[in-house]
Ligand binder design. Structure first.
Ligand SMILES: N[C@@H](CCC(=O)N[C@@H](CS)C(=O)NCC(=O)O)C(=O)O
Length: 252
């Protein structure tokens, strides 16, 4: 039995999901309504006490942390390898994973929480929202939810996030001028992470990511978007976030 507990197939939930589809592994998809706070309900906290997504349950094993789950999936199942054989390229794959997860991802997430998550729930009963915030197990996630709901991300922190995203974008654009994929000559978990984190940028920040400004990054996003596994992920999405993928359609 293999069950992936996930929200939309983007950011963290999209990473192990895309890895599973790329390898052709059959799994049960358990959609969690993050905007309905499913991830903080007792039945899910029994699986992941941190109340965050994704989590993969494989028989009696529970796996959390999206990047570590992807490595587990690549090790535990048959299918095309998603990590380079060459030790140096494998190091590069991990370097990119870490840079994206630790430096770029939290900034992209801050924007997502500020422009999508907050506005999606803000109109609900204030007492219910306060109770929902109080139930969040991780202090860090409580703070993010509270800022999203009460619209209190500061100008300074949003500016810092914008500059981190811009640095991430510049780094990827430069790297893709030297090699086909982030780690080297083969598509790897680094590309899966980058795609899930950044596919929304052409629609949300066209002044930063566009054919004119970042042609290589856009071509890289498009070539991942065109993989059959991405269409399978997109079919499991339920919110307007998935509409951002349409910006990767080729015009001709
Ligand atoms: N480092 C974790 C981060 C997981 C995480 O924070 N996921 C977000 C969704 S992208 C979440 O579950 N948020 C739930 C919440 O804030 O209530 C991973 O990579 O799996």
């Amino acid at each position: 039995m293999l069950t992936l507990y996930h929200w939309e197939p983007n950011a963290n939930s999209g990473k192990p999901m895309l890895a599973l589809f790329e390898k052709g592994v059959e799994f049960h998809s358990h959609y969690m309504d993050l905007l309905g706070f499913d991830q903080h309900k007792p039945e899910y906290l029994r699986i992941n006490p941190n109340g965050t997504l994704p989590a993969l349950v494989h028989d009696d094993l529970v796996l959390t942390e999206s990047t570590a789950i992807m490595e587990y999936v690549d090790d535990a199942f048959e299918g095309p390898p998603l990590r380079p054989e060459d030790p140096y390229e494998r190091w590069r794959m991990r370097w990119w994973g870490r840079f994206l997860d630790q430096f770029v991802g939290p900034s992209v997430s801050m924007f997502g929480w500020s422009v999508f998550v907050g506005p999606s729930v803000r109109g609900r009963d204030p007492r219910e929202l306060k109770a929902a915030i109080d139930r969040i197990p991780l202090a860090e996630r409580r703070i993010a939810w509270s800022k999203a709901i009460y619209n209190t991300f500061s100008k300074e922190e949003l500016a810092e996030s914008a500059s981190r995203i811009a640095l991430g974008v510049r780094s990827i654009e430069a790297t893709l001028g030297r090699r086909r994929w982030l780690a080297g000559s083969s598509y790897s978990l680094a590309d899966i992470t980058g795609f899930n984190m950044l596919f929304g940028l052409p629609s949300m920040q066209p002044e930063l990511v566009s054919d004119a400004r970042t042609p290589r990054l856009l071509e890289w996003l498009r070539s991942i978007y065109e993989r059959p596994a991405v269409a399978k992920c997109a079919a499991l999405g339920r919110t307007p976030i998935m509409k951002r993928l349409a910006f990767l359609e080729r015009s001709t």
